[in-house]
Ligand binder design. Structure first.
Ligand code: ZN
Length: 389
């Protein structure tokens, strides 16, 4: 560790929109392949309170990470800086602006959930792509929809957002949200009247700049809810992507957005009806096949196309009439797939012999076996089976 350093002056606390600044280098220490640099003052926000660290440039070096230890903000750089020199710093504005949109939106939504339903925010993290928010109580979809609507009304009201360090007497008289006991001075954030919360982060200067708050998903989590939320430009992108998805699904379903649920329900009902008709036709086909056989006569049939369920249904329809072993084959696997049914008997010996003769795989229990053969010559398989029975 270097010399004892004074706490860094946090320029971002007074002006969250400050992108460029100059500062004196107080310390520069190697750390692994990089360096960590302390300044007398900085506009770089260090990771904390759910908000990611700022990145940017300092002198000629790139800042990849920023963190705070005992009041000193450390900038992790890819090159050393000279202690005592004055350097120019610049933060990457696009990610910082995004963090401010998410953070301010989170205040408005958390404050609204607290005011409407008494929900406490017990977890907050600006992740990528979504912002994670945890509440301490369960909330219904209707409650979440109401909170989202009222939070967006607060956005449209475009009220000023204020951050300040109140005097002890003022602080004592205020009721504010706070996730944990705070050592030292408490910094409050008033999100346009929609929230009053202890917070060290960077915020937009008015609620209207959030633009839009959208709850993307909600799951029950540890007795409360885990919400995925998008604000600002992220919310616009999420809505645009979802809309495009809905439009493309609408083309497939010949239904526009707003009619998708109806169209999907209609398709599901159609599919169910088709399954019923298919099962009835499979039963009829199996019985027609069986009509050409004598009772007690082993049979083998070829189905030009069919999955395991189809072969099984056909097989059972035949044996239901003949009472004798039946095998149904279809193209598939490495050549032919089969289902073999020996009503009232054991199909395993016949299946093993079939597998041995045609490099097959598969098996089963008791009366029914299924598998696949490395063979495409149906007649050869049929002759083999009929000789076996
Ligand atoms: Zn905040």
């Amino acid at each position: 560790m270097g010399p004892l350093l004074q706490p860094t002056v946090k320029l971002y606390e007074n002006d969250a929109y400050l992108r460029r600044f100059s500062a004196a280098v107080l310390a520069c220490e190697p750390e692994g392949q990089s360096w960590r640099v302390a300044l007398d003052r900085t506009a770089f926000y260090p990771e904390g309170g759910g908000q990611p660290a700022d990145t940017g440039t300092l002198g000629g070096a790139r800042v990849g990470h920023t963190l705070v230890r005992e009041g000193v903000i450390w900038h992790h750089t890819d090159a050393p800086l000279t202690v005592g020199e004055q350097v120019d710093g610049e933060i990457h504005w696009e990610p910082r602006r995004d963090h401010m949109e998410q953070h301010t939106g989170e205040h408005i939504l958390s404050g609204t959930l607290h005011r409407l339903f008494g929900a406490e925010n017990v977890g907050f993290h600006i992740g990528d792509p979504a912002v994670r928010m945890d509440t301490d109580i369960p909330l219904t979809p209707d409650q979440l929809a109401r909170a989202e609507a009222e939070a967006n009304a607060a956005v449209r009201a475009d009220a000023p957002v204020r951050c300040w360090y109140p005097e002890p007497a003022e602080l004592a008289a205020l009721t504010y949200r706070s996730k944990k006991e705070i050592d030292g001075a408490v910094r409050l954030t008033d999100a346009g009247g929609a929230d009053l919360c202890a917070c060290c982060g960077t915020h937009l200067s008015s609620t209207g700049q959030v633009g839009l708050i959208k709850i993307l998903s909600a799951q029950h989590y540890k007795g409360g809810m885990r919400l995925a939320v998008a604000c600002g430009q992220r919310a616009q992108r999420a809505v645009a992507e979802t809309w495009r998805d809905a439009e493309e699904a609408g083309v497939l379903l010949s239904a526009g957005p707003g009619r998708l649920r109806e169209a999907v329900a209609h398709n599901a009902a159609n599919t169910e009806a088709l399954h019923r008709r298919l099962a009835a036709l499979q039963q009829a086909l199996g019985e027609a096949w069986a009509a050409g056989a004598q009772p007690g006569q082993p049979t083998v049939f070829f189905c030009p196309e069919g999955d395991g369920d189809t072969l099984r249904r056909l097989c059972l329809a035949v044996t239901g009439r003949t009472g004798a072993p039946c095998t149904v084959l279809a193209p598939g696997g490495r050549g032919l797939t089969y289902v073999l049914h020996c009503p009232g008997g054991d199909a395993r010996a016949a299946a093993q012999a079939l597998n041995a003769a045609f490099d097959g795989r598969g098996g089963g229990r008791g009366e029914i076996c299924q598998g696949s053969l490395a063979a495409t010559d149906f007649d050869a398989v049929r002759n083999f089976l009929l000789e076996q029975h």
